[in-house]
Design a protein around this ligand. Structure first.
Ligand code: NAD
Length: 480
């Protein structure tokens, strides 16, 4: 079993306490490592170290900071395979998916190294003679990242890369289920030579570490990705110290397939985005609405494509899907299936542990499709965060739009149609921060990504993801 440490003020440390968190492999449910539980003092030490480091880091030029980020990116790429193996062992996603995520982490570091150089400011003319307004942007200070286990590195990279490029220093509160690959990612950043305290990593209970961080006035910004429930607690805890908070929260992604869609492309998109990472994606498809004239054909093809997906231990087999990260994710998926069946839905495929793993302790579950669902079923209301999708038909596009918008969430939506007027209407009418048309991916690193409604506020990715870490300063100058 491996023993991992936290990273505080440039030193690897087990911290001031003795309690640890166990990390297990979802393919076997064996414990593979422990990480320390940060104490109150460890958290204060990390904040102090980041605060001291901020004074120098923020004074570097963006080009100097960019050099560290580019070097970090190269180191991540050099170590990508070993980091990806760790991710598969703690999270469950197949090695090739984990490797893709680690490489994306490297890409994000490089992207923000460059985007940092494009923070320009403005000059605004004034009514008075010889007077002008200047707008400049300055880094806020200590920035904290809090993120979940489904994308252990990518979600941290969005936050850390934006923060460091902007001139902030960073503390990452790592996900308790998957802290190992992020610790190695953070080691890469440290090995680029950044001064001590610029990057720090804490492990421990989210509720405990989170509260202490939110109460510390030296922390100026918290970027959170996780459930809507936790996001609301973080927002409430930000009131006393008035921190800037950005919240990337839960979702319930609707996909609309019109009668003018390329059905094969829609099937490929639906299969990929419903079940990738076992549905443990904030922008996984939860609900599919299909025009009634192509409903049966879509279902037949969707079931065929889903049944071709291979499942296994992605560390030793080349498979499409691994085990789920946690057993409780399987329980939630099962409860939504039972609820749907009780209310009249049809289970077209899935719904159980694959026969191949009948005697395994791993968190395996088949990708599952519920058809003929209605909006009183849990699968259409609650975020599943598991390998389950509900499908129903619609008669008119207005009906599809109103069903798609019938949710508290507004993270992303997906549309398949080759009719320009339909696409235009759906782009405008869907209540979501991200809409993907004829493709299954609503997020790219150089365009803003954020939610509406209960999916949160603030942005990551793109220029917007950098400005989250910058104060705006207006300077009014009169030339005498
Ligand atoms: P979670 O909210 O339980 O935990 C997320 C993180 O918050 C973890 O690191 C956890 O330790 C920490 N945490 C828990 N309680 C805390 C508190 N009181 N104060 C501060 N931190 C606390 O989320 P989860 O169930 O682990 O992750 C799944 C959720 O994340 C889903 O709802 C999913 O949609 C969402 N998610 C959203 C996005 C997005 O970009 N919008 C991306 C990925 C996941």
């Amino acid at each position: 079993m491996l023993t991992y440490q936290m990273f505080i003020g440039g030193k690897w440390t087990s911290g001031k306490g003795t309690a640890v968190i166990e990390v297990s492999n979802p393919a076997t449910n064996e414990i593979i490592a422990t990480v320390p539980k940060a104490t109150h003092q460890d958290i204060a030490d990390a904040v102090d170290a980041a605060d001291v480091a901020f004074k120098k880091w923020s004074k570097l030029t963006v080009f100097q900071r960019g050099e560290y980020l580019r070097k970090s990116s190269s180191i991540v790429l050099e170590r990508a395979e070993e980091i990806a193996k760790l991710m598969t062992q703690e999270q469950g996603k197949p090695f090739k998916e984990a490797l893709g995520e680690v490489k994306k982490g490297a890409e994000i570091l490089r992207y923000y190294a460059e985007e940092g150089e494009r923070v320009y400011g403005r000059i605004i003319p004034n009514a008075e003679i010889n007077t002008e307004s200047r707008v400049i942007y300055q880094p806020m200070g200590v920035a904290v990242s809090i993120s979940p286990w489904n994308y252990p590195i990518e979600l941290i990279a969005w936050k850390v890369a934006g923060a460091l490029a902007a001139g902030c220093t960073s503390i990452c509160k790592l996900p308790s289920e998957t802290p190992l690959s992020p610790l190695e990612f953070i080691r890469c950043i440290q090995d680029s030579g950044v001064p001590n305290g610029v990057i720090n990593a804490l492990t421990g209970s989210g509720a405990e570490v989170g509260k202490i961080i939110m109460d510390n006035p030296k922390v100026k910004k918290v970027a959170f990705t996780g459930s809507t429930e936790t996001g609301k607690i973080i927002l409430a805890n930000s009131v006393n110290t008035l921190k800037k908070v950005s919240l990337e929260l839960g979702g319930s992604l609707p996909m609309i397939i019109t009668k003018n869609a390329d059905l094969d492309a829609a099937v490929a998109g639906a299969t990929r985005r419903s079940f990738r990472n076992m549905g443990q994606i904030c922008i996984a498809i939860n609900r599919i609405y299909v025009d009634e004239t192509v409903y049966e054909e879509f279902l037949r093809k969707f079931v065929m494509a889903t049944e071709k997906l291979t499942i296994g231990n992605g560390l030793i087999e080349d498979v499409d899907l691994g085990p789920m990260c946690q057993q409780k994710g399987i329980e939630k998926t099962k409860s939504q299936i039972e609820d749907g069946l009780k209310k009249g839905a049809k289970l077209l495929t899935g719904g159980k542990k694959p026969d191949k793993f009948a005697t395994s302790n791993g968190n395996y579950f088949e990708p599952s499709i519920l058809a003929d669902v209605t909006h009183d079923m849990l699968v259409m209301k609650e975020e599943t965060f598991g390998p389950l999708v509900g499908v129903m038909s619609y008669k008119t596009l207005d009906e599809a739009i109103s069903l798609a918008n019938d949710t508290v969430y507004g993270l992303a939506a997906m549309v398949y149609s080759n009719n320009l007027s339909e696409v235009e209407l759906l782009c405008k009418e869907l209540h979501a921060g991200n809409v993907a048309i004829n493709n299954p991916d609503a997020g790219v690193i150089n365009a803003p990504y954020g939610g509406w409604k209960d999916s949160g506020f603030g942005h990551e990715h793109g220029t917007e993801g950098l400005f989250e870490y910058l104060y705006i300063k207006h300077i009014r100058v009169k030339y005498l």
